[in-house]
Design a protein around this ligand. Structure first.
Ligand SMILES: [Zn+2]
Length: 279
């Protein structure tokens, strides 16, 4: 079992509160190394005050960079201000452009992450694992000796991960789950929720859940065609109105994967039209 009082490598967690996003779930910011350190995912606004305060408690190490697994606001909003205050470079994979344009300006990124170049900090070596799907250009970090994986939003310690088109992509997300599983990480440090001590069980559970959802949706389409509105109440019988956007988006993501796999045919308007089975 993971113990934050005795982690196997130099790594610390700062739980950065979220107000609007993630239904109040904090974002896990990770500080890797003792000195220097890399700050992974500084979170939303509260990170601007909280992270410098925690770094002081950690003995004011020098800061090598801020590394973003992806540019979603709950991981990235604190970044430009921390970059300015701490005077450190920001690293992000360039495929995040469509989501980051909404939150941080391109000029705030100093290093375009190249997955072929591992991240080295304080004697630790992290391979970069492309894990798109939840967000384009999503990158996980895999420590080479211990196989500890900083998973970003590939997985969550508290339930499932959203895959919302157009920036989310279920085909890529499933591929990322298989890719990460096959690397056999020893433990997963997710962007939200507690540490995952049994990655292989979690990946199996996630994959099984997605595939069974996919079959459920395929069966509804195969039975004479179906729109997202037809599928929604079957998959989510007691859905609260505030969750209709994520639920509809998830169904759309699954339908797009089924179309990619040539099992269904998309209507002109994917959001309102009737999806048909392929003969
Ligand atoms: Zn995210």
């Amino acid at each position: 079992m993971w113990d934050w009082d005795a982690p196997p490598i130099a790594i610390r967690r700062i739980e950065v509160p979220n107000s609007g996003f993630m239904r109040g779930q904090p974002t896990n910011c990770y500080v890797i190394g003792n000195n220097p350190v890399v700050i992974v995912d500084p979170g939303s606004e509260p990170g601007i005050e909280l992270i410098p305060q925690k770094l002081e408690e950690f003995g004011s190490p020098s800061i090598q960079s801020i590394f973003l697994t992806h540019a979603h606001p709950d991981h990235a909003i604190a970044t430009p201000e921390l970059r300015r205050q701490l005077n450190v470079p920001v690293m992000l994979h360039p495929e995040n452009t469509p989501i980051m344009n909404e939150h941080i300006a391109w000029t705030d990124v100093d290093v375009k992450i190249d997955p072929g170049v591992p991240l080295e900090v304080d004697g630790l070596l992290f391979d970069l694992v492309m894990t798109p799907g939840h967000a384009p250009g999503h990158v996980a970090l895999l420590e080479r000796e211990t196989k500890i994986m900083l998973a970003g939003d590939l997985v969550s310690g508290n339930g499932t991960i959203g895959v919302f088109p157009p920036n989310g992509n279920m085909i890529e997300y499933m591929d990322s789950l298989y890719r990460a599983r096959d690397l056999k990480p020893s433990v997963l440090l997710p962007g939200h929720g507690p540490v995952i001590d049994d990655p292989s069980a979690l990946f199996a559970h996630y994959i099984e859940r997605r595939l069974s959802r996919e079959e459920q949706i395929y069966d509804l389409v195969a039975d004479g065609g179906a729109s997202i509105a037809d599928i929604l109440p079957v998959l989510y019988p007691d859905l609260l109105p505030e969750y209709s956007f994520p639920a509809e988006s998830t169904i759309l993501a699954h339908l797009q994967k089924l179309e990619h796999d040539r099992r269904v045919r998309a209507p002109e308007d994917q959001k309102t039209g009737i999806w048909q089975p392929r003969a």
